[in-house]
Design a protein around this ligand. Sequence first.
Ligand SMILES: C[S@@+](CC[C@H](N)C(=O)[O-])C[C@H]1O[C@@H](n2cnc3c(N)ncnc32)[C@H](O)[C@@H]1O
Length: 204
Amino acid sequence: MSFDPQIPSWGKSFLAKNLDNLTTYHNWLKNTGVKTGLISPKNDQFIWDEFIVHSLYFYKIILDLNISYNNIYDLGTGGGIPGLPVGIVSNENINLIDIKQKRIYELERFISSEKLNNINALKADAQKYIQQEVNSIFLMRCYLPKNDLMKKLEKHMSNNQSNTFIVSSNSNIEGLYKEAFHVKQEKFLINNDEYRFIDVITVK
Ligand SMILES: C[S@@+](CC[C@H](N)C(=O)[O-])C[C@H]1O[C@@H](n2cnc3c(N)ncnc32)[C@H](O)[C@@H]1O
């Protein structure tokens, strides 16, 4: 193994039973993922820390929220980030959504070969879900800038009142839209010394 499959203390339990499956996903990302353009070439440690460990923090947030919901959607999933690692370490039903059919075919092949029956890949426009779904959790990593997301949510406030958006972020929480949304920012380590941010956004 040419990388350290580490995880900071917040995620030790996620690795305990799932290291083999997460390593298989890592291997798939670095081979098929790069070959088919799901991710750009990266070193093994980067793929582990930035794609897998980062994804697992989304699941930690879901657990900590302790809310009831109908569905979990990963919008603009690309190579299954963050939804695939979340589905691997949990029994949650996860819907991976991407607008590109080719990405969905690759994800379907992986899901089927690994028998990940709780994970579904769907070719669709993410907008449809933001407009129509209720009582759902939406995961988004590097899909839409936060301000663009909030503009979209503002157009569909009534259904989004029951939804929760868990979105990769940077360290700045903009003052915009403060009246309409509640934004809670989580800062977490992805390894020994690098921090990342995820915002949990709900309609007030
Ligand atoms: C920058 S990539 C991020 C992929 C992944 N979430 C990650 O963190 O690596 C954005 C993804 O969003 C998808 N996408 C763009 N517009 C979309 C839309 N309207 N609906 C669904 N997916 C979309 C793209 O095909 C691409 O896979």
